[in-house]
Design a protein around this ligand. Structure first.
Ligand code: SAM
Length: 211
């Protein structure tokens, strides 16, 4: 998500320091100490402007949510949404998902969410996809057995790649649809999802299990 330089970005980020994890490596293996009574630790990878994480956290106060985003202009908007709702169960990591295994470990993560990540459809770029087996190997170090990965995308090429790649990386596919909005399951629309959907594009969705 490339964004125009935001006015007052630094002071706005500074105002959200209470919900920003300044040193996520120090939290590795200790996330539950922030929320000892939490049921599940859920991580969104590439939260963008944060509608999804805000709604999820609001609907599930029993869970604890960590949102990862490297674009500061986007993540500040996500933070401000969470702050406006006064949600106590969300924290943010401003960083690159490449570093996931430095931040989480030891079966502490229950759920991962990847929504409309960059499809990297040019040749020889598959390794950058967040559903590539190299990324799955990183996630696996921190997601417990039985933990879930939830993935949505408009991009058919990325989706069909992922449907093959996740089982090849040892995950079990529990649910796959190529038209999420025609299913009867609960769904929180992300900013990108709303945009693609309003253009008439079908949304692909899968739920996978770490086994
Ligand atoms: C296409 S946008 C989707 C945003 C949001 N999930 C949605 O559905 O509206 C992808 C987001 O993932 C972020 N992103 C992509 N690769 C990333 C990485 N390696 N580390 C952190 N954030 C990343 C981008 O900055 C961007 O905000």
């Amino acid at each position: 998500m490339r964004m125009r330089r935001k006015k007052n970005l630094e002071p706005r980020l500074e105002r959200q320091s209470g919900i920003t994890i300044a040193d996520p490596e120090a939290m590795c293996g200790h996330w539950r100490s922030l929320f000892p009574l939490t049921q599940r630790l859920c991580v969104e990878l590439g939260c963008g402007k944060g509608r999804f994480i805000t709604q999820m956290a609001k609907q599930h106060p029993e869970n604890f949510y960590v949102a990862v985003e490297r674009e500061r202009g986007a993540v500040v908007m996500a933070m401000e949404k969470v702050a406006a709702e006064e949600l106590a169960n969300v924290r943010f990591i401003v960083g690159d998902i490449q570093d996931f295994e430095k931040w989480f470990s030891g079966d502490e993560v229950d759920e991962l969410y990847i929504n409309f990540c960059d499809p990297w459809t040019k040749r020889h770029r598959e390794k950058r996809r967040l559903t590539h087996r190299d990324f799955i190997a990183r996630y696996r170090k921190a997601v417990r057995q039985g933990g879930r990965l939830y993935f949505k995308t408009d991009n058919v090429e990325l989706f069909e790649f992922s449907v093959l790649e996740l089982p090849a990386a040892g995950l079990k596919l529990n649910f796959v649809t190529r038209d999420l909005h025609n299913e009867t399951i609960a769904n929180i629309m992300t900013e990108y999802e709303e945009r693609f959907s309003s253009q008439g594009m079908k949304i692909n969705y899968l739920e996978a299990e770490f086994v």
